[in-house]
Ligand binder design. Structure first.
Ligand code: AMP
Length: 503
């Protein structure tokens, strides 16, 4: 069993993430988050907001509708260009994504190639249906947007948005005027997106309904400087340039300033975000050697973009885009202005009427969670159970409380501590089975601090706290417990210094 399969099993058994409407098992590419998964996702979003929104003074948030009228996607280009190539088996009728199939069978990377070329490859390489070995049809394009009809009598076609970005573009003038009326300014949005993927796969990595968080950073293309660039200019990120990909060279580590000066990424804003992303993903427990930015090849670039740089995570099956970074130019605002007849221009301080340019980082939440699950999973033979080394900021339950035994005044004392800690943290209470079993259950969902109330607790108001990562234990005063855990989570104190070390 691969590590990811093992993790998937844990996710099912512990109710972390599981297939939607599983009892009917009729649709693939949809997943529900259970209690632990929901907390993990929520905390990830909070941490993301802290890192990318609250730390800035010119990025604000909005929450838009998921269903949008057809005209939005006519203007954005999705109706015409948001397509994937498909081929159908002429015998069993199963449908495959043609570029994936070719890559699997030949190792050739063909994303973005015209359908005629893909058909030729299938014929020349004699690629057959992977299900039944039957012959395959010509390659055609399939639009990935999910369609719906509005009103009881129908007639108004609409789509479930394939990205969160379009709400921000269509409401640009309102957002701009309501908040600052000054460039540069950014709008962030956390929300759901939908893509009718041809072959959903790899657990929550490619699904049909997913969670995204995007920032659209609007700036004047004649004054494209990012004010905070100096703060990050010496930081290094790993970049896999087009040239390196073509020459079969390895990705390199490069300073942010160099990346911009060499025009590998010709937008200070995008370099700024990319540098922050690199820090952010490392802080989520993903090792640096499993992260890289890949400059998209010309043929892969989406219809709206003047440059794309994917933050990729190394999964077991290979590298996968997890954050799409794009220079969207003025494509969207310009086309919405043309199609709606509404003004999308703004006046600059020096009285130029412009349509702003956009730098966009677009994060896949589910894919990030898959990366966190994979890279934080510790297969621990010594302990005898596997566990998640989630970082403190996002771990679903940072604290657990255990009464050593269920008699005398111990459960009452434990409940009391549990109620107190619950005011500040998400806390697990577990009073069944041996302490060893309870440690295992807590470790399995990434709980960092396990607090045990024992007979000494009744005498001297202290308790033991065990650390997930080292299994070391300290004896701490109960009245100091909540502030101590706060400090530990924020990395302000070392675990071994917060009380008397027991082992
Ligand atoms: P894109 O607009 O294609 O660059 O997508 C932005 C981000 O959304 C990607 O980097 C992924 O993390 C995420 N994403 C896109 N499609 C899917 C999908 N089918 N399932 C899960 N996440 C996705």
């Amino acid at each position: 069993m691969s590590k990811m399969e093992e993790i998937q099993k844990v996710c099912l058994n512990r109710g972390i993430i599981f297939p939607t409407a599983e009892i009917y098992s009729t649709i693939s590419g949809f997943f529900d988050y259970g209690p632990v998964g929901t907390l993990l996702k929520r905390k990830f979003i909070d941490y993301w907001r802290e890192f990318f929104v609250k730390s800035e003074d010119n990025i604000l948030e909005m929450e838009g509708s998921i269903i949008l009228p057809e005209r939005v996607f006519e203007a954005s280009g999705h109706l015409k260009s948001f397509v994937d190539p498909i081929t159908q088996c002429l015998k069993c009728k199963s449908i495959q994504r043609a570029d994936d199939l070719i890559q699997e069978k030949t190792g050739k990377f063909v994303e973005g190639k015209p359908v005629k070329e893909l058909t030729e490859i299938i014929n020349n390489e004699k690629i057959k249906c992977p299900r039944c070995g039957g012959p395959l049809s010509e390659v055609k394009l399939f639009n990935l947007m999910l369609k719906t009809e509005i009103s009881p009598v129908g007639g108004q076609t609409a789509y479930l948005r394939p990205e969160t970005a379009q709400n921000i573009f269509t409401s640009f003038q309102r957002l701009f005027r309501a908040v600052r009326s000054k460039l540069p300014f950014g709008v962030a949005q956390v929300g759901r997106s939908f893509r009718n993927e041809i072959s959903p796969r790899h657990f929550i990595i490619r699904v049909r309904e997913f969670n995204q968080v995007e920032i659209e950073m609007f700036y004047d293309s004649q004054k494209p400087e990012c004010k905070k660039f100096d703060e990050i200019k010496d930081k290094k990120i790993v970049i896999f340039t087009r040239e390196a990909q073509k020459k079969n060279l390895k990705p390199v580590k490069m300073r942010a300033e160099e990346l911009f000066k060499k025009r590998i990424v010709p937008s200070e804003w995008l370099v700024y975000f990319m540098t922050k992303e690199f820090e952010f993903y490392k802080s989520l427990g993903i090792p640096e050697d499993c992260l890289r930015f890949r400059e998209m090849l010309k043929e892969e670039i989406p219809h709206y973009s003047a440059g794309n740089y994917d933050l990729e995570i190394n999964f077991e099956f290979g590298w996968k885009e997890t954050v799409g970074n794009a220079i969207r130019t003025d494509h969207d605002l310009k086309n919405h202005m043309k199609n709606s007849g509404q003004n999308m221009t703004v006046m600059t301080d020096d009285k130029r009427k412009i349509i702003p340019w956009v730098a966009e980082p677009s994060f896949g939440i589910d894919r990030t969670i898959a990366g966190i699950l994979l890279h934080c999973f510790v297969e621990d033979k010594k302990r005898g159970w596997n566990w998640f080394k989630f970082p403190a900021k996002i771990t679903p339950y940072p604290v657990a409380v255990f009464p050593l035994v269920n008699k005398d005044e111990i459960p009452e004392k434990a409940r009391e501590i549990y109620e107190t800690l619950k005011k500040d943290f998400d806390v697990l209470y577990d009073d069944s089975g041996s302490i060893g079993r309870r440690y295992a259950r807590a470790d399995e969902v990434g709980t960092i601090f396990a607090v045990t109330i024992d007979y000494d607790s009744l005498d001297n108001d202290t308790c033991t706290v065990r650390h997930r990562d080292t299994t070391k234990q300290v004896r701490v005063k109960m009245k100091d417990l909540a502030p101590t855990i706060h400090k530990l989570i924020n990395g302000e104190v070392e675990f071994e210094k917060v009380g008397n070390l027991i082992n």
